[in-house]
Design a protein around this ligand. Structure first.
Ligand code: ACO
Length: 321
């Protein structure tokens, strides 16, 4: 059967690391409050000249090298971001030009923190229908540019970064590697709980992120547990079969609460929120690459990806590496 197989991963972070103590010099907060409520200890913040596309290009080059794939073999690039370099053209097309993969398909997906899950499911569908043989699926964000740095309830939570995977259509056995199932959801009625108060067609400005943190937290735990169960049901797997969960890194307490709901041991959950904070669409591929690089995630492992973000949007995918 034809499946989309993850053959390489890569990631990139800005050079500038900002600790909680650094932030406490700017807004009325403390390392203790941030660690206790979120698990975050530091985040990376893009400097001038570091953009969503430069981070994406860096992560993509590493993913291509890991997969042993040349840029000109890539027929499809899907880049998930809510912080594109420009309103248009799509940041994916800039990545395509910089890498030198001409002629294929390149577009952005905007589902905020769930963006990578949306991009992954879309790329998987397009590969399985034969539109391309090899794809780059990227999550890249510079949320620091849409934060209100005077709002302590949001500015401490986010960071910048990028992660990328190479996804290849391969003929594999039933128990072979590849994306086994994906489920996506959106519920637009919750727009006011997490949004940016600007945009080209409303204010004509970029705007700043606004959030009702408590409400987001409550919805995240319920929606994520539900979508994980849906994917398990669809694949006939049990939570105990999963080797690793690579979740969206929003908050350590959301990760713990979701794992508890499904009886998943916390040792199976890849956690990078302490180092990277919430990097929105970049967080899942960034965490995946971290766990591949440090040797935790290996070939043959069953890995569950999940995310929830503004919209609300949410989703999960199960893959064998
Ligand atoms: N430093 C110090 N104090 C703070 C800070 C801060 N950075 N931020 C808020 N506070 C204060 C508040 O003003 C409030 O003070 P008050 O009681 O005097 O009014 C107090 O801390 C408690 O505030 P709450 O908002 O009730 O704190 P809560 O325990 O809910 O934690 C948090 C807030 C961390 C935002 C939590 O609600 C959360 O994690 N929500 C999920 C949001 C999220 O992760 N969003 C990311 C995008 S969506 C996604 O990725 C899933």
């Amino acid at each position: 059967m034809i499946r989309s197989v993850i053959t390489g991963t890569g990631s990139a972070l800005p050079a500038n690391c900002v600790s909680n103590a650094d932030l406490a010099e700017r807004v009325d907060t403390s390392d203790e409050w941030i660690v206790e409520r979120t698990g975050i200890r530091q985040r990376y913040i893009a400097a001038e000249g570091e953009t969503t596309s430069t981070l994406a290009i860096d992560a993509s080059r590493k993913a291509l090298a890991a997969a042993g794939v040349d840029a000109d073999e890539i027929g499809l690039i899907i880049l998930a971001t809510a912080t594109p370099d420009h309103t248009f053209p799509a940041t994916a097309t800039q990545v395509q030009a910089a890498l030198g993969c001409g002629g294929g398909v390149a577009f952005d997906v905007q589902a905020v923190c769930s963006g990578f899950l949306y991009a992954l499911a879309t790329a998987d569908s397009l590969l399985r229908t034969g539109m391309a043989k090899k794809a780059l699926v990227i999550g890249s964000e510079t949320f620091s540019r849409i934060l209100d740095w005077d709002d302590r309830t949001t500015c401490v939570l986010f960071g910048d970064g990028a992660g990328a995977i190479v996804l290849e259509a391969k003929d594999v056995a039933e128990d072979g590697p590849g994306i086994l199932a994906s489920r996506l959801h959106a519920e637009g009625a919750h727009k006011d709980m997490l949004y940016v108060d600007g945009g080209p067609s409303t204010t004509g400005t970029v705007g700043k992120l606004r959030m009702k943190g408590r409400e987001v937290f409550r919805h995240a735990v319920v929606n994520l547990a539900d979508v994980l169960r849906e994917v398990l049901e669809e694949t006939g797997m049990k939570a105990a079969d999963i080797d690793w969960v690579v979740p969206h890194q929003a908050n350590a307490r959301i990760l713990d609460a979701t794992a508890r709901k499904l009886d998943l041991p916390s040792e199976k959950v890849v956690v990078t929120v302490d180092r990277h904070a919430n990097t929105s669409a970049a967080s899942v591929p960034l965490a995946l690459d971290t766990a591949v690089q440090d040797g935790r995630i290996k070939q043959g492992d069953l890995v569950m990806f999940e995310a929830m973000g503004g919209g609300f949007t949410w989703g999960a995918s199960l893959a064998r590496m």
